[in-house]
Design a protein around this ligand. Structure first.
Ligand code: GLV
Ligand code: GLV
Length: 325
């Protein structure tokens, strides 16, 4: 009997590929770039299961192109690229990679927060340019972090980890959550769940951790920026379209908010017109989960999910368990 065929839409760390090759015939996109829709559909034509990325659209046309498909594993925690309802209608299990990237992503949110607050990137450029003339009392003054108010939008796994890391800076923590109260944050940090408008008005730093859904698309728009403090710094390591990026550019230019640290963008890999020239911004290329061990663990978790999907057992991080009989 021939071994099941796994298509991997882009090279992932060897740890995961080695594990997959132990049981399956594995075909990996040979080019280190995202596939076009046409290439993706051609690649999956005889696949029994697929490991894909947040840049792949996993929709009805994808499933039509993969008649033998028995499972799809997303190499990402976010799954706004997957039509989960369509997968479920077709009885196809789909999975993501939660937990293994929680700390790496929360750490990157802090890296951005400090980089913007203390002007780390801007002042590094001053040193490299040779323009620094020596210490000065009025130079490069930034924002305090300790004792300030941190607003967490979406207190799920990553939002909770990000908030917990604030304990060393003695911050007041506010959060919004679309589901239940976060008792852990309330107990351990004295965090308070508030309405979105109150979080906007009160926070000195706002960190976005909500998944992208119809209800969170453009949550941060001109109205939201008007409610924020003029000094507030916005951090986004979640999904770009949660921010209406043109409105962010306008708010930064007008000084309606104090700064922004972004790892994700509304139209990746493009940025809104003018964003790169805005003051007080640090702009990163979607590297939230980019540490060696995290990327290895994401690859291993995707492989474990694929193994279970093809064995007919329960994938560890399945998104649509209702397809299991
Ligand atoms: C990355 O953005 C992810 O969702 O894992
Ligand atoms: C997903 O959105 C998470 O918080 O892990």
């Amino acid at each position: 009997m021939s071994r099941p065929r796994i298509f991997v839409t882009r090279r992932i760390p060897e740890a995961g590929l080695t594990r997959l090759r132990a049981s399956f015939e594995v075909v990996v996109n040979p080019d280190d770039r995202p596939l076009t829709t046409e290439e993706l559909h051609r690649g999956v034509a005889d696949a029994d299961a697929v490991v894909g990325l947040l840049t792949d659209r996993i929709d009805a046309a994808f499933f039509d192109a993969a008649p033998n498909l028995k499972g799809y594993a997303n190499y990402a925690v976010g799954y706004d690229n997957i039509d989960v309802a369509e997968a479920t209608r077709r009885g196809i299990p789909v999975s993501n990679t939660p937990d293994v990237l929680t700390m790496a992503t929360a750490e990157l949110a802090w890296a951005l927060l400090f980089a913007v607050a203390r002007r780390v990137v801007e002042t590094d450029a001053v040193m490299r340019s040779g323009a620094w003339t020596g210490w000065g009392p009025l130079q490069f003054i930034g924002a305090d972090v300790s004792g300030r108010t941190l607003g967490i939008v979406g207190a799920g796994r990553i939002g909770t980890a990000m908030a917990r890391m604030s304990a060393g800076f003695n911050m007041r923590v506010l959060y919004t959550s679309s589901s239940s109260r976060n008792e852990e944050l309330e107990r351990d940090l004295g965090a308070r769940r508030v309405e979105f408008d109150e979080l906007l008005r009160e926070s000195d730093f706002i960190s976005i951790h909500t998944p992208l859904r119809p209800s969170t698309r453009h949550l941060f728009n001109a109205d939201a920026f008007r409610l924020m403090k003029n000094t507030a710094i916005l951090i986004n390591t979640g999904r770009g379209p949660v921010i209406r990026e043109d409105d962010l550019v306008a708010a930064l230019r007008a000084g309606e908010i104090g700064g922004a640290g972004l790892d994700v963008y509304e139209m990746e890999p493009r940025m809104a017109e003018g964003l790169k020239d805005c003051p007080n911004t640090v702009l990163l290329p979607h590297i939230g989960s980019a540490t060696h061990s995290t990327r290895d663990n994401m690859a291993l978790l995707a492989a474990e999910n694929i193994e279970a999907m093809l064995a007919g057992t329960r994938p560890p991080t399945i998104l649509n368990p209702e397809v299991l009989k």
